[in-house]
Design a protein around this ligand. Structure first.
Ligand SMILES: [Zn+2]
Length: 332
């Protein structure tokens, strides 16, 4: 597999507003997990002096400590916009509080779609059985908080202002933040470009420490590939992900990121052609070197690849119909 040149964050400095670039501060919430790495990185864009205008990107999860950290960091400044990349539980929930505190509008592509997952209640017993014995097998993965924050969705979030691809979400002193529509991780995912600095806040579209979970039906691998290529076609010099370190070698990084996905897709196709007819069997082979707690999201990722492969006419569902977690698959 293509190695993605992930950068490891040395110290998240939980709760502290750290200047990471001119006009950019980051406050990492204390919600480390297998989905969030060290935690959610909330970005504050603008000056840090009394009266300065500030835009906040992804206020983060409902944590008292994070709310207090943001209050402290923003004291005296004027919050003019609350931008949200998507409404997973580790990104948007504090937007409501921050809106009440400041009166600033919340801005996003739209609320999370209400599409229902036909596999939501399907137990994944085949792999769940193995979870306990190796839950902490990989020392590089934070295991202190197995909270499934990333897996929850903030359906209550509905932005005051909806922005579409290419629109300016907010402009302030020295900064213009523009929406870049990047569906795939979720159907309402936005990145935000910082025009003056040629950098891109990538949310969960491109992360600095891990590949992104694409979970159907709202997650869509075909859309995700398109959105990766969209970012590849830009000339950003820095990616600021919500989780993990900034990415400064953007071009080789995104190439490796796409290459890794293409190889994963080819590997899934190859397993189906080799006779693996179920997702559980494919996951056991392809993710043998991955910690078992990640097999469940991996199954969703394989399902996402199968959705694309079926749509591309390369794989068939034996019983017909849409791909499901428990479907039987055949080469087409
Ligand atoms: Zn997410």
């Amino acid at each position: 597999m293509t190695a993605i040149p992930f950068v490891q964050l040395a110290d998240p400095c939980h709760g502290q507003a750290v200047h990471v670039a001119p006009l950019i501060r980051r406050v990492v919430a204390n919600n480390p997990s297998k989905f969030t790495y060290h935690g959610t990185g909330t970005y504050l864009i603008g000056g840090d002096q009394p009266g300065d205008e500030v835009a906040v990107i992804d206020p983060g999860p409902q944590l008292d400590s994070h709310r207090e950290a943001l209050s402290l960091a923003l004291a005296g400044q004027r919050v003019t916009a609350i931008l949200v990349t998507h409404c997973h539980g580790d990104h948007s929930p504090l937007a409501a509080w921050l809106h009440d505190e400041t009166g600033a509008p919340t801005i996003a592509f739209g609320p999370h779609s209400r599409v229902t997952d036909p596999d939501a209640d399907v137990p994944y017993t085949d792999l769940d059985e193995a979870d306990d014995e190796s839950a902490a097998a990989d020392p590089t993965l934070p295991v202190s908080d197995p909270a499934k924050i990333e897996e929850t969705t903030d359906y209550g979030f509905d932005p005051d202002i909806r922005v579409a691809d290419g629109q300016v979400a907010v402009a302030g002193a020295g900064f213009t933040l523009r929406a870049v529509y990047t569906p795939g991780h979720t159907s309402n995912h936005l990145c935000y470009s910082f025009d003056e600095q040629r950098s891109l806040f990538t949310g969960d579209h491109i992360m600095g420490w891990s590949t992104t979970v694409i979970g159907p039906p709202d997650g869509d691998m075909r859309a995700y590939f398109d959105s990766l290529r969209k970012v590849q076609g830009r000339d950003d010099e820095v990616y600021w992900p919500t989780h993990g370190s900034p990415i400064t070698d953007t071009r080789p990084f995104i190439e490796a990121f796409i290459g890794h996905r293409l190889q994963r897709e080819a590997a899934v196709l190859q397993r189906v052609r080799a006779g693996d007819s179920s997702i559980a069997v494919i996951v056991r082979t392809l993710y043998a070197d991955v910690a078992k707690p990640l097999h469940k999201p991996a199954a969703r990722s394989v399902l996402a690849h199968l959705h694309k492969l079926v749509a591309d006419g390369l794989v068939a569902v034996a019983a017909g119909g849409a791909p499901r977690l428990a479907s039987t698959y055949l080469p087409a």
